[in-house]
Design a protein. Structure first.
Lengths: 42, 557
């Protein structure tokens, strides 16, 4: 029998809260860019 | 077999026909099991142990707490990467299939370009389970155009994006979504009470607070202030590779570590040599004007527990953290060399590859010290070179965009080797010889390209391989064994270093793209060698037997 992953597997019924502006701890602009650089070796 | 009796043939066919119709599910089952087993065989099982004899009584009491805290990251990462673990597991009976699900934290093969290995499962969503699975990039971006106030929350490393009752997108904090973070925080607080090192006590306390609020900065700062601790834990949402849609979302993981103080002492002076090494780079002065920081530290650890993101698919052997740029600017970074995991990959993977592909006369140059050194100097070399273009148009990263990472990883490999050569010349390195590093690097190229030729590290490996070949830095004999030419290799390394730093400093996006198009390819000859490695059954990576039992620390203690 094929397995179908439900949309939002494991998250059904969750009603998200909407965050307020300024809640984010990482509002600095460069951070996600910085993270594009692999910081680990396999 | 030839049979002339038609009635026999007919009978056989009939029998076969009826067998086939009945045996189909069983045959499919066997195929599936073989496929599961084949994928499992790509991993070598390693018991994750370490010497605990130097630990104090309190440190031994802290270990179970830290391991339990790290272990909770497994549950969080399952949710981030896939969704409901239990429901998925219940659909697979074969032990090999279940094991494979555990290793991959979901139904997609991480060593197979995320190809699904469970029947009926579609491709892995680009944004894993960080975003609604029916959400497009365009919808996300349109939402932010319509609701600019949501930008911080939506792009936060520490939120999931979900739909509300009306189907509108919303963000939810990890600490609201994942109760495991609060439980882990309680365990870290308990460990902090036992901590004898003030730096570690402070870090554990701040990290616990961070897991409750998703504000990690103070704990990252405290982590860099720790100097004398023996135990360490890296825990929380850290890397963003799992979010292949935007790279906005961090995935949870936990490493429990024991510092190897003897090896660390050997490493401590290399950071001090960076300014001199920067001056010695083989590029015109305009490309080496920046001053590298010397405050970053470099330590060797044995890992005793991997959980979550870092335990999924190919395992990490070295990390450079934290990722928070504000903390990096204030305090630098810490480079962690994970020695026992490195040793395991050396023994189980690199050595067998060298047996197959390295010329007998150079086989002695494959050494663990060189493997460890190459990995370490790769990390150190990220700090050298050029971060801003020479014409002042911006940071190299911004200007080179999607070409940046491949060039930067290649630069780190090549400048790392260049530094090793310099340090031998200067008498700073005395154990071993530079050929150990060259030959071990060569064999290492075959090991790491198996993780995917299209990743930044994969492109870096291919560029090195193709450049070395062009320069005659190695020869491949008719039996398919490689031999490094020491002088030509040294020259090729300097030339490639110059090329890469110049490409970065010039910040020419088009030139960088053209370079990668020409250089970062798997040639047919190389592919044939990779096929030989696979045909020998040499594992691609490792999985762990780990935990208190493996360490000989059971709960009665
Ligand atoms: Zn790197």
């Amino acid at each position: 029998m094929p397995i179908v992953i439900p949309p939002q597997a494991g998250m059904t019924g969750v009603v998200p809260l909407r965050l307020r502006m300024g809640d984010s701890p990482d509002s600095g602009a460069g951070i996600t860019e910085l993270l594009l650089n692999p910081s680990k070796i396999l | 077999m030839r049979r002339s009796n038609p009635s026999f043939v007919l009978a056989t066919l009939t029998l076969l026909g009826s067998l086939c119709s009945m045996a189909n599910p069983a045959a499919a089952q066997t195929d599936l099991q073989q496929d599961y087993q084949a994928q499992l065989n790509e991993y070598s099982v390693v018991r994750l142990t370490a010497d605990l004899s130097s630990l104090t009584e309190n440190e031994r009491k802290m270990l179970p707490l830290l391991i339990r805290a790290a272990d909770l990251m497994n549950e969080v990462f399952w949710q981030q990467a896939y969704g409901d673990r239990t429901e998925l597991m219940n659909q697979v009976e074969e032990p090999a299939g279940r094991k494979l699900l555990s290793i991959n934290y979901g139904p997609w093969g991480r060593l197979k370009g995320n190809a699904p290995f469970i029947d009926g499962v579609g491709p892995k969503p680009e944004g894993a389970n960080f975003y609604p699975q029916d959400m497009t990039k365009e919808e996300f971006e349109q939402h932010l155009k319509d609701n600019p106030d949501d930008e911080d929350a939506f792009k936060s490393l520490y939120t999931l994006i979900r739909r509300d009752r009306n189907g509108d997108l919303g963000a939810i904090w990890y600490h609201d979504m994942f109760r495991q973070q609060a439980t882990a925080a309680d365990l870290l607080d308990q460990a902090a009470e036992l901590a004898e090192d003030d730096g570690l006590k402070k870090y554990l306390t701040l990290r616990a607070a961070a897991l409750r609020t998703d504000d990690y900065q103070a704990s990252d700062m405290a982590w860099l202030d720790m100097k004398d601790n023996t135990l360490d834990i890296v825990i929380g949402p850290i890397e963003n590779y799992e979010d292949a849609m935007f790279g906005y979302k961090a995935a949870n993981e936990g490493f429990v570590l024991i510092k190897d103080k003897e090896w660390s002492a050997r490493l401590s002076r290399y950071a001090q040599l960076l300014p001199g090494l920067q001056r010695d780079l083989p590029v015109p002065d305009a490309y080496k004007q920046e001053t590298p920081g010397t405050d970053s530290d470099l330590n060797a650890y044995d890992v005793i527990y991997y959980a979550g993101d870092c335990n999924a698919g190919a395992k990490t052997i070295a990390i450079n953290l934290p990722n928070d740029e504000v903390v990096q600017l204030a305090k630098g970074t810490r480079r962690l060399q994970l020695k026992n995991a490195m040793q395991a990959k050396f023994d189980r993977i690199l050595n067998p590859i060298a047996d197959l592909l390295i010329d007998e006369s150079q086989r002695e140059h494959i050494t663990f010290n060189a493997f460890f050194g190459n990995t370490m100097f790769h990390e150190v070399a990220h700090g050298l070179g050029i971060k801003n273009t020479i014409d002042g148009s911006g940071s190299v990263r911004e200007v080179l965009r999607n070409h940046f990472s491949a060039l930067e990883e290649n630069k780190a490999d090549i400048l790392g080797l260049y530094m090793v050569g310099k340090l031998y010349e200067q008498g700073e390195l005395t154990e071993g010889q530079v050929m150990d590093n060259y030959v071990t690097f060569m064999a290492g190229l075959f090991r790491s390209v198996r993780f995917g030729a299209s990743s930044a590290h994969g492109k870096a490996n291919m560029t090195s391989f193709n450049f070395f070949r062009q320069e005659g830095a190695f020869a491949r004999d008719t039996s398919g064994r490689y031999r490094v030419d020491e002088e030509k290799m040294a020259a090729a390394i300097a030339k490639l270093a110059e090329r890469l730093i110049t490409l970065q400093g010039n910040g020419d996006f088009g030139a960088a793209g053209e370079w990668l198009d020409n250089m970062a390819n798997v040639s047919p000859g190389l592919q044939a060698d990779l096929d030989r490695i696979n045909a020998q059954g040499i594992p691609v990576d490792i999985i762990f037997e780990q935990g208190l039992d493996v360490l000989g620390l059971n709960s009665n203690e």
